[in-house]
Every structure is written in C-alpha cells, then in structure tokens.
Design a protein around this ligand. Structure first.
Ligand code: MSP
Length: 647
C-alpha cells in the first residue's frame, strides 16, 4: 500500500542570499520527495520564505522601499535558484501572503480566548540579529549566546504564550517517541535544554519598535513575533483552517528538515504551540549539520560563503546535487572545498558511473549494433552483480527511512563499482574475440541491466543526467515507473542502445588554475576553448590617477534579470547599489542566463551618463572580460555589500 510523505524545509529569511546551506536542505527535501514519489508514495513537499521581522524592516528602510516591495524583489533569488536546481516543491509559501496571515491571526485569537496567551511586563535582553529575547542567564559574557553580538536591555509590556505549562508533557513526549527528534543526540540536546525551567514565550512586538509583522487580532498596538508566525507555515501551507480535507490528508508532517541551529524553535516552541492548538505532532524533526568551508563556519565577513549558482555554472546542476547528497552524512557537519568537489566528481561520476555507461554502450554497439541481447545461463559472477544491485535498492529504502541518504547513494555507487569489476572479470572484449557469443550476450545484458536499475535508483538525486543515461540504454521508452516499477522490469533485453559522449566529462584541473583563480574546466570545455593567441596590448595611452578616479567603479548586486524582447544579446537587470536600485541593460545574454546572473556581486561604472538601449534606459555599465567567444563578468573575490567604491 502506498504511504503518505509530507516533507518541509525551513522557510528561509527572504533577506538572505541563498547559499550552500539553503541549497542543501532544499535539495535533500527534494531528493526525499522524489524518491517517495518514485516509490509511489503520496507526497507533498513544502518550502518558502520567512518575510516578517526586524531584519526585513531594516533592509527595506535602508533601500527606501516598503517592506513588501523589498520581499517581492528578493524572494525571486530563492524561487529562481530552486528552479535552476530542479526543485519539485508542491507549494511555495510566503509568510506575507493573506491566506497565511489569516491563519496566524486566527490561531492567536483562539489561543488568547483560551487563556493560552496573556499580557505581562517583561524585561529581557534582545538581539536584533537573531530577533530573539534572552534572559540574563542565557547571555554569554553579556553577549548573544547564539551570535555573540551585543544585546539591548528592553522592558515592555508584551503578550506571552504559556509554553512553560507544557514542559513536563514535552519531556515525556520526547522520551517516549524516539523517532520524534533525529538524530538521537539532538533529542538529548533538547532534553538537556529542558532540564532548566522553561519560561513562557514572548510572542508579540510593540509596533513602536517593529511594525513589519502580523497584527495581533486582540491588540492592534502589537505585531506577532516572527518565529511564532513562521512556524505556523507548516500547517497553513497544507490548508489548516482553509481546506480541512487537504489538511487532514497531509498533517501530521512526516518530516521537518532543519539545520542544527534552529533546533530549539522547532523542538520546543513548535511542539508546545501544536499541543496548545490541539494538533498532533509531526512524526520527525530531523536536524542536519552545517556546511563548513576550510573546516570553519561560513560567514559573510570571512568571505567564504559558497554560492550555489557558481557551483552549478562550473559543474552542472546534477553534479552539484550529487555532491551535496553524497558528501554530507545528515546529522554531521561537512566540509566544502573545491578540491573535494572535483575529487568526488571525477572519481564517482566521471570514472565509476560515466565509465560504466560508456563501456557498456560501446561494447554492446560493437557486439550487436546496439540491441541489448538476451542473457543465457547465469553463474556466480552474475549473481554477485545482481546481489550488489539488490543491496543498493534495499539500502536506498532503508536510508530513506533513517534520512541517511548518503548511505543509499553510497550503496548505489557500490553497485556501479561492482559493475565495473564485473566487466573487468568477465572481459567481454575477450569473449568477443574468442567467439563466445552466448556468454558475451549474458555479460552485456547483465551489465546493462545493473546500470539501468542503478540509474532509476539515482534519478531522484540526478534527474537530468539519469534521464540521459536511461535514454542511452534505450530504457526511456520502457515506461519504468520509478523505483517501485523496478520489480516489474524483467529484463532490459531488446532495448536499443545509443552511442554517447561522456555523461560526466572529467574535470581537468589546470596546473595554474589555483594560481589564477580560474574555474577548472571539464574536458569537453577544455577542448572547445582553444588557447587564445598571445596578444600584446599596447599601453600607449597613459592616464593620471586623478583622471582614473573620475570613473566611479562600485560593487552592485543583481536583484533581477530578464531577457529584452527582440534583442537576443541583451539582459535587463535591476541592481542594488547600496541603498539605491538601478536599471541596467547589458550585452551578456549569450553568456549568462537570467538565473545565472541573479545574486552575483558585479562591478559597475556608476557615474556613466545614462543611455537608452533599445528604448530602455541603462543607468551605468557593468564590467566584463571578453575573449573571443567567451565572456566573464568582473566579480568580487569574497562577500561584499553593494555600493562599495572600488579603486
Ligand atoms: N527563517 C528561519 C527558519 C524558520 S522555519 C519556520 C531561518 N532561516 S535561515 O534562512 O536563516 O536559515 C535556514 C536554514 O539554513 C536553517 O536550517 C539553517 O540551519 C540553514 N543553514 C544556514 N547556514 C548553513 C550552513 N552553512 N550549512 C547548512 N545549513 C545552514 O532560520
């Protein structure tokens, strides 16, 4: 019988630029959702953005726009990245949408009417960055315990949710439901937190201090605390209070995927809120670890934040998705390095998987012209290969339930390696030479069969590349309905195999790539891009430093990009230059898609006289390096806000 699977990601702060951490959780949720769909489970996948609160209000004020306009402009960063990454969410929720606000408001009124919410005076220490109040004993060296920034003492009247009364119930619930908080050591962390008396939760902010939020229905002087509002997305996003049938068919969620830093809000605030509302608990809250760079935390100030768009540009969407899923064991931290990325790509994808495909396709085309032959009698080698494939299928299912997807992927790659070993051992090239056609056909069939099954298994991780692979095997027309359909696939005999270019061209690290900072190339690209003839640039025009500084170069961030109708070379960009938003028309459309350019920090000539290009005003010019058929934007090495002078 098919099961139900409802998975969520955290809703991301709309202000943030999406980075590898956001991409990781969303790809993980996507792979889980795709795998469950592939197993014919009824699946719902929710993601979205968290759009209220102090940080959004501040950012909008800085830009001189109203907060909703700011959110409308920044939410596209996430939506476009998810599109690029092939994310198959069933719904994208924004906390500023009316349907969500209505439900938050209704829940607050209901809790207030039932005395779950009350008003009181409160003195606390507030961290603007984290948007959280802390008690004196929470502080570490007088600073915010989460981000170590300064905190401000604030006394005010506020509304409180009676969270404390659920403390004993929550401890008992966690202790009696081992699957509730995973991995288990995170459950212990929450239980450790619950050893101290649990206070009530301040769920309001006076409008005098913050007005960008959902107004309390029983007191218009206040707005709702951003976390109280945000957590409710998990139920409002599936119809709570608006479509009971839909809601009942999805709630309780199967899994809330979160990062380890938002454990308390999800494993203490959210369960107690649900208990007060009268709803059942989600089945699992799974906290994954952090992506680090060079074993240290990524941070804007260290300039080591990994931008997913850059990685996709370099290696393709599926290679990036594969790396994220294979490299991190959910629960633990993982380290991102370009060397690590290239090493895994070359060994797993180019060598193991890509090689197996190209060998099987070449050998079959040589032996039969392409048609996969019928197998003859099987021996121990054949049985060993089939066992590795079956182990992979079993492991994938187990890793799905434990959320340790890396283990399922590893088992699939073990089956690929078993396939390569099988070819080495059975040596179909020798069988062909010796005219042992019966055995040759068996070996070719079994290798192709193993590859086909592994490709179906890995489709949720690398949907595009595995579709290509299955097309090369001629399996695309076989109508295999996902992993659940594999048991009905009796044989791949009769499929007609096609010739193929390398599915994952090896990434060649040029010796000086590290020195020049240039992106490594795949073999395909390396061939395509011929080395340019050395060209002497005559430096016969000298400018003084004063003349040079007449040109104002500044950093700018690309907020949105779209193609210009009827002009295939032009992109119309809206860019942020400090507090200003400008429009710029650039001749880069043949080198950058709109999605690839959004989010980049570029360099512009800020004091160029505005000009009309194809009737559209361009307020400045971006800098790029052009070499024959290649064009690369001048970007900033590391993280920098927009509007910074360059010189
Ligand atoms: N808006 C809240 C979540 C509300 S959910 C009701 C929020 N947003 S966030 O954008 O700051 O963070 C979203 C997620 O990104 C968190 O799960 C966080 O753990 C994750 N990550 C942020 N940096 C990360 C890494 N370097 N590595 C992995 N994930 C990390 O918190």
């Amino acid at each position: 019988m098919s099961e139900k699977f409802y998975v969520t990601t955290p809703i991301y702060y709309v202000n943030d630029r999406p980075h590898i951490g956001h991409a990781y959780t969303t790809v993980l949720a996507d792979v889980l959702a795709r795998t469950h769909r592939s197993l014919a489970d009824r699946t719902f996948f929710l993601t979205g953005t968290d759009e209220h609160g102090q940080k959004v209000q501040n950012a909008a004020e800085k830009r001189g726009v109203d907060p909703l306009t700011h959110c409308d402009e920044t939410v596209v960063r996430f939506q476009e990245l998810w599109q690029r990454l092939g994310i198959t969410n069933d719904y994208f929720i924004r906390t500023t949408q009316e349907s969500h606000k209505k439900i938050v408001s209704r829940i607050m009124q209901d809790l207030y009417d039932r005395d779950e919410i009350y008003k009181a005076d409160y003195t606390g220490w507030y961290c603007v960055g984290c948007e959280r109040f802390f008690t004196e004993k929470d502080l570490i060296d007088g600073k915010c315990p989460d981000c170590s920034r300064d905190v401000n003492a604030i006394t005010e009247s506020n509304y409180f949710f009676r969270m404390s009364k659920y403390q004993d119930w929550l401890i008992d619930y966690i202790q009696t439901h081992p699957e509730f908080i995973q991995p288990a050591f995170r459950a212990n962390e929450t239980l450790g937190f619950l050893k101290k008396p649990l206070g009530d939760l301040c769920i309001s902010r006076p409008k005098s201090r913050l007005n960008w939020g959902i107004e309390l229905p029983f007191d218009p002087e206040y707005v709702c605390y951003v976390w109280f509002d945000a957590l409710i997305n998990y139920i409002s996003g599936v119809g709570y209070g608006s479509d009971e049938e839909k809601f009942n068919s999805w709630w309780p969620a199967s899994c809330h995927l979160i990062g380890k830093d938002i454990l308390t809000t999800h494993t203490v605030y959210w369960p107690t809120m649900l208990k007060a509302i009268g709803l059942p608990m989600p089945q699992t809250i799974f906290a994954h670890g952090w992506w680090l760079t060079g074993n240290s935390k990524m941070s804007k100030s260290l300039g080591n934040v990994v931008n997913p768009m850059d990685m996709i540009d370099r290696a393709g969407v599926d290679a990036f998705r594969y790396f994220l899923m294979a490299e991190m064991s959910p629960g633990n931290d993982a380290n991102f390095s370009e060397d690590g990325f290239i090493a895994r790509y070359n060994s797993d994808l180019a060598n193991d998987l890509g090689n197996l495909l190209s060998r099987v396709s070449k050998l079959t085309i040589r032996a039969t012209g392409g048609e996969i032959p019928h197998p003859g009698e099987c021996n121990d080698d054949d049985a060993e290969l089939a066992a590795a494939v079956n182990a992979a299928i079993g492991n994938m299912a187990a890793s799905l339930n434990s959320y340790k997807l890396d283990q399922g992927i590893n088992a699939a790659m073990n089956a690929v390696r078993a396939g390569n070993r099988y070819l080495e051992k059975c040596a179909p090239w020798t069988l062909a030479k010796n005219g042992d056609t019966a055995r040759l056909h068996t070996v070719l069939h079994n290798a192709a069969d193993a590859l086909c099954r592994v490709a179906v298994l890995l489709t949720p991780v690398m949907p595009e590349k595995m579709a290509e692979l299955l097309a090369v095997l001629g399996a695309d027309r076989a109508g295999i309905s996902g992993i659940s359909g594999l048991k009905d696939l009796k044989s791949v005999a009769g499929f007609v195999m096609k010739e193929t270019d390398p599915l994952f061209p090896r990434i060649v690290v040029e010796e000086d790539a590290a020195k020049t900072g240039k992106a490594p190339k795949t073999e395909k690209k390396a061939k395509a891009e011929k080395a340019p003839a050395a060209k002497e640039v005559p430096v016969n025009v000298v400018v003084t430093i004063d003349e040079f500084f007449k040109t104002k170069l500044k950093t700018a961030q690309v907020l949105t990009a779209e193609k210009v109708d009827g002009a295939d070379k032009l992109l119309k960009l809206s860019i942020e230059v400090g507090s200003e938003t400008r429009q710029l028309v650039a001749g880069v459309a043949q080198f950058y898609t709109p999605e690839a350019i959004v989010g980049k920090t570029i360099v512009i000539v800020a004091n160029l006289k505005p000009a009309k290009i194809r009737g559209i005003e361009s307020q400045g010019m971006l800098l790029a390096a052009k070499n024959g058929d290649s064009l690369k934007l001048v970007t900033i090495d590391g993280d920098m806000p927009s509007g910074i002078d360059i010189g």
